[in-house]
Write a new protein. Structure first.
Length: 135
């Protein structure tokens, strides 16, 4: 009966340890992976915004330029959603980090808007120069 008691105690301890492990794993999946995937998505979106910027500078047809403007708006909306998603799972250190990224992003958006305005006015040389300085 002592052997049965010890085996039962071992099983109960194992179940409790497994539950703790599952809780830690859920925390990693629910929070850490969300942060990683959100940062990856932000990176992809920034690359896409840079491509939109280059494409509008090179484009000469207004219809196509308007498509790039719409694409830019959609990607900027995606970025705003990514910032919101990240802040939902961020700790204090992460919030400081994302605040710094947001400041840099806001500067990028300001320069990007000017580049798009210049390109739409067919002032591509100035837009290209500003784009080079902004990087």
């Amino acid at each position: 009966s002592i052997l049965v008691f010890l085996i039962s105690l071992g099983v109960i301890t194992g179940i409790l340890a497994l539950r703790t492990f599952n809780e830690k794993l859920a925390q990693i999946v629910n929070f850490h992976s969300v942060k990683v995937f959100t940062i990856q998505d932000m990176n992809k979106t920034l690359i896409a915004l840079g491509r939109e910027q280059k494409n509008i500078i090179l484009e000469t047809e207004i219809e196509q330029m308007n498509k790039f403007v719409e694409g830019k708006k959609s990607r900027m909306s995606d970025m705003d959603k990514n910032f919101e998603t990240y802040l939902k799972v961020a700790n204090e250190e992460d919030r400081e980090y994302i605040k710094q990224i947001k400041t840099l992003y806001d500067e990028f958006v300001s320069v990007n808007e000017t580049i798009f305005e210049l390109a739409l006015k067919n002032q591509n040389v100035q837009a290209r120069e500003l784009g080079r300085k902004g990087r």
